[in-house]
Design a binder for this molecule. Structure first.
Ligand SMILES: [Zn+2]
Length: 250
């Protein structure tokens, strides 16, 4: 029994070699969520599916869904946005790769998140504009992404006692999933010391989320991103490969 071809708007988030001539593409589909398809003959100069698909490329995807679990098959990918301007600029490319890795790490396959697709689409578009700050776009992306997947709790108050956060002595605890004031700070559990730059960055992101015009300087954006990356890595139980290029932390 053949499966019906499915059409989706999709962004290519990962490419891996499958054989000498074929590749496996991970794509974020607007309707279908993260899906993996085999692109047969993708490494040949001319293939039936329209040639190779590049990382970051967005387009109209036609594919045969997998029978059960596993790989679908690419039928056609008609590129509509290529983001070539990001490929020649390392800070922009690094921020873009960070966003792709977050999508591939935080979203389960075949679990639709159209709002995350739209977030990625707009963030990549913004990243290509000359006046955009790559650290600020990266910080906004990880903040909103965590919100969409339900991993971002209250960041403006102590997650334990609900008290206000002073400028000093604030920590983030992955186990609590939130910020802790100096009185509630865990004595021996894992924790991340939250400095003034990260607090200011988070306040700016929260203000932007509420629709207020706000400034997010690069140093604050990097510090807020580093804190949110700590949260993501705690949840995943592993490191993100691309995070250090965005946060500047080893
Ligand atoms: Zn507290």
């Amino acid at each position: 029994m053949a499966t019906m071809p499915t059409t989706d708007q999709a962004i290519c988030i990962r490419i891996s070699d499958y054989s000498e001539t074929s590749q496996v593409l991970s794509l974020l589909g607007r309707d279908g969520g993260v899906l993996r398809v085999i692109a047969k003959g993708a490494k040949r100069p001319k293939s039936k599916s329209g040639g190779r698909v590049d990382l970051l490329a967005e387009g109209r995807l036609v594919y045969a869904p997998p029978r059960r679990e596993g790989l679908g098959t690419l039928i056609e990918f008609a590129e509509t946005v290529s983001h070539t301007q990001l490929r020649d600029d390392l800070p922009r490319l690094n921020a873009a790769m960070f966003m792709l890795e977050l999508c591939g790490s935080l979203l389960a396959e075949h679990d639709p998140h159209p709002e995350v697709f739209d977030l990625l689409h707009h963030a990549l578009d913004r990243l290509g504009q000359a006046d955009a700050s790559p650290p600020a776009v990266g910080a906004w992306f990880v903040y909103r992404m965590l919100r969409h997947v339900g991993l971002l709790g209250e960041m403006g108050r102590c997650a334990d006692c609900g008290g206000e956060l002073a400028a000093r002595g604030v920590t983030f605890a992955g186990a609590a999933g939130g910020m802790l004031c100096r009185h509630c700070e865990p004595r021996d559990a894992e924790k991340y010391a939250v400095g003034p730059a990260a607090l200011a960055g988070l306040a700016a992101l929260t203000a932007a989320e509420a629709g207020r015009r706000t400034k997010l300087p690069d140093a604050q954006a990097r510090a807020a991103t580093a804190l949110l990356v700590y949260h993501v890595e705690y949840q995943l139980g592993r490191r993100l490969k691309t995070a250090r290029y965005v946060t500047g932390k080893p």
